[in-house]
Design a protein around this ligand. Structure first.
Ligand code: PEP
Ligand code: MG
Length: 756
């Protein structure tokens, strides 16, 4: 049964659009269950009616015609109860209603199960049989399993299918795809699809500029792969049996003109660029093999994929040699955007980002916010490989992508973009004013940095210090670990740019969703794995080089602070401190006069909240990393779009933890700051002020808004509000209360996502 289930799901996954998917489902489920009828009814999003959308065994002419009102008939009963209905004799049920023309009169046994995706009833899957009998428990369980597995695929096919239809129809009509808000703002621009290296499934489709050049490149790539395979084949000749060895001839055959090679060449001649043509043909063949009944043949899909990937890698290598040009208003689109992909686009041309994977707290989204680039994350239904060179509008406030927008929608977004610019200009007047509440309480606002470009922007916004310099960013943009001297120069630039303002440098925080290309960490559960301080304590040579570079860079300046990420126990802090002291001692012994900088601990793991006092006693300061702390407290992967709506920054448990850390720091007489994204949210800033945080550190783009908000209230009001909010038990209630405050103070433009 499991095998059948797996095959059906795989086949449906490979379907082209919703209709294709539904046809496969009804056919394969009917065969698998040995029934006479299998049909799918899909709920119409506008009318709510359950429309007869696919069948094997009933009158196919009624597809798209026949439908039931919500709650009507047995199908409606399944949908409204959100439970299976299993009947020996359907007609004798009081809710039975005959849909004329379907031809179901002769079928008595009925089993209907709802198709539910993320709590939403998408439709109903029904099997019917002439014989009067109740489907047994295992049949019912199988259909329920099948439906649950297919729901996600159907939901995806429903959205992408509709969008693809629009894209196919020449200029195409408007389409909108929901994702997750990544970085605020709106952008209108031209999509540039970035494809990961050698991923056949992520190649953008676009026409060839010169068919002859594309064909030549393809032939050269094929020849290179053929040479590689021949070399491998030669090497292994003596070590494999002749039968096994014959496999290489098969490989070479596949690449030949009469097989896949020929198909790709034909597509190129018809106008596709080589990478797109290769991807299209290879995917078709891979799917074909994957659908084969025989497991030996099914496994050949892996070989075909491997061959295609090799050819693609050569094509990509060749393309890399050409200078890539970016449109004036580039919107970068990718399956999973990375910091290095952002770095490749000239800043003045980059207006927006769309990532199919990830969510608002992924590091790429944080970087985008720091850069002030509107971003949509988690656009899982976006057929992104088809977007190359198309006009795209992104609404980073609401996490929505608009394709082929109507002129009036485009104009509305343009107006919004202009309005945003006007608000930013207004806020510029705050630059040299202190962040001070109406009753005279000063709360320094610092910035989070990583890229060199952050420095200018931060100083322009009036930053009073750096609360978090993410040192992994310069590490991410290289192809090997930077040397101690290279690091010293990078850190010196940061320290000099801000001196005498303090600069808090966090030691390397890799792992989780931050993988160095040259130091991959493959784990099943990376956020609970080898991350941050755990990696660097296991590699003292990397840690020591880094802290030595920091301490040396601080010579003569004295504005460095060192921050340790992901501390989850006291021993880690002690070990890290011992290494920092050792690094410092070594440098002094080498003859350089340097001071030992203050050492701080990031509180971003729940255990650190409970041990905050013990940590504060040993360290010089604490800094809360609310991004990770929220993820770990609520057990919500910050990078997973499926659970993004459970990532509640204003969850009462998060607020309690935030209060507890300040109290612990105060009890030990040590300053407590916060450098997670929460600090840059004007609503949260009011609460953090009241809790007693001594510094808020945020991305430079957020700083003026937070300053404006804090300058519009008194600390006394903020404290009263905090007392009120701490009694609330739902995140939504906290949010509502904070939103009310902002409206009362005339600051609603910092709260409500503008709706276009
Ligand atoms: C945090 O976790 O809140 C934090 C500031 O660190 P990062 O986002 O880099 O993990
Ligand atoms: Mg963190």
């Amino acid at each position: 049964m499991l095998e059948t289930l797996r095959n059906i799901v795989q086949e449906v996954n490979a379907a082209e659009g919703l209709n294709d998917a539904l046809e496969i489902i009804v056919k394969r489920v009917r065969d698998a269950m040995g029934t006479e009828v299998c049909s799918v009814y899909m709920r119409d999003e506008h009318s709510g009616r359950l429309v007869f959308r696919a069948t094997e065994g009933l009158n196919a002419l009624q597809i798209g015609e026949a439908s039931l009102a919500p709650g009507e008939g047995l199908v409606g009963l399944v949908a409204s109860r959100e439970e299976p209905v299993n009947l020996e004799d359907a007609e004798s049920h009081p809710r039975f209603q005959l849909l004329k023309g379907l031809g179901e009169e002769s079928f008595h046994a009925f089993l209907g199960v709802p198709i539910i995706h993320q709590r939403d009833v998408l439709g109903v899957l029904v099997i019917q049989q002439a014989k009067r009998r109740r489907f047994d428990e295992s049949e019912e369980a199988f259909l329920v399993t099948m439906s649950a597995q297919l729901a996600g695929v159907i939901a995806h096919a429903r959205v992408t299918g509709a969008v693809q239809e629009e894209l196919r129809a020449g200029a195409g009509g408007p389409a909108r795809i929901n994702g997750i808000a990544g970085a605020p703002g709106v952008a209108i621009g031209t999509a540039v699809v970035v494809s990961p290296v050698a991923d056949l499934f992520a190649v953008p489709r676009k026409p060839a500029v010169s068919r002859r050049d594309e064909l030549r490149a393809f032939k050269a790539a094929l020849a290179a792969v053929r040479t590689d395979i021949e070399a491998v084949s030669e090497n292994l000749r003596g070590e494999m049996s002749p039968e096994d060895h014959a496999l290489f001839d098969v490989y070479l055959g596949i690449l030949g003109d009469s097989a896949i090679g020929g198909e790709v060449a034909r597509l190129i001649k018809a106008g596709q660029w080589a990478q797109g043509a290769l991807s299209e043909v290879m995917i078709r063949h891979i799917r074909h093999f994957e659908r084969m009944e025989h497991s030996y043949l099914r496994e050949r899909a892996v070989d075909v994929k491997d061959l295609g990937t090799r050819v693609l890698a050569y094509l990509q290598d060749e393309a890399k040699k050409e200078l890539k040009s970016y449109p004036e208003q580039t919107i970068l689109v990718g399956e999973e955007l990375t910091a290095s992909a952002l770095g490749e686009v000239p800043r003045e041309r980059l207006v927006g980002l769309i990532s199919v994977r990830g969510s608002g707290n992924s590091h790429v989204a944080i970087l985008a916010r720091a850069m002030g680039v509107p971003t949509v994350m988690g656009a899982v239904d976006l057929p992104y490989t088809r977007l190359q060179d198309r006009e795209v509008v992104i609404d980073g406030y609401n996490g929505i992508v608009h394709l082929n927008p109507l002129p009036e929608v485009r104009a509305r977004f343009q107006a919004l973009a202009d309005q945003d610019k006007a608000v930013s200009r207004d806020l510029e007047s705050l630059r040299d004013l202190p962040c001070e509440t109406l009753d005279g309480h000063r709360l320094p606002l610092w910035v989070n940095t990583g890229l060199m470009a952050d420095v200018t922007r931060s100083l322009e916004q009036g930053a009073e210090g750096v609360g978090l310099y993410r040192t992994e960013v310069p590490f991410l943009l290289r192809d090997r670990f930077p040397s101690e001297e290279e690091q010293r120069q990078i850190y010196r630039e940061q320290l000099e740019a801000f001196a005498p303002r303090p600069v808090t440098m966090r030691t390397l925080d890799i792992g989780g969703d931050k993988a160095l290309p040259y130091f991959p960490i493959a784990e099943d559960n990376p956020f609970l794995g080898w991350r941050g301080i755990r990696v660097t304590l296991d590699h003292p040579e990397i840690f020591l080089a880094q802290v030595r570079a920091m301490i040396k860079a601080n010579a003569g300046l004295g504005n460095l602070r060192i921050l340790l990420p992901m501390i989850s126990n006291i021993a880690e802090l002690e070990e890290a401190m011992a290494l920092i002291h050792r690094g410092h001692r070594e440098i002094v012994q080498e003859g350089t006069d340097v001071t030992l900088p203050p050492i701080g601990v990031m509180v971003e793991v729940p255990s650190a909240v409970y041990q905050a006092r013990a940590l504060a006693r040993r360290a010089d300061f604490l800094s809360v990393g609310s991004n990770d702390l929220t993820q770990y407290l609520l057990a919500v992967d910050r990078n997973n779009s499926r659970v993004a709506d459970l990532y509640h920054s204003f969850h009462p448990a998060v607020l309690q933890a935030l209060c507890a850390v300040v109290e612990a720091g105060q009890a030990e007489g040590k300053p407590v700051s916060i450098c997670g994204e929460l600090a840059g949210d004007p609503l949260a800033a009011v609460l953090l002020l009241a809790m007693g945080y001594e510094v808020l550190s945020m991305n430079a783009t957020a700083l003026p808004r937070v300053k404006k908000t804090l300058r519009s209230i008194t600390r006394a009001d903020a404290c009263a509000l905090l007392a009120e909010v701490m009694l609330l038990e739902h995140s939504a209630a906290v949010l509502q209360r904070l939103q009310r405050l902002m409206t009362e103070r005339g600051l609603q433009q910092f709260v409500h996502a503008p709706v276009a």
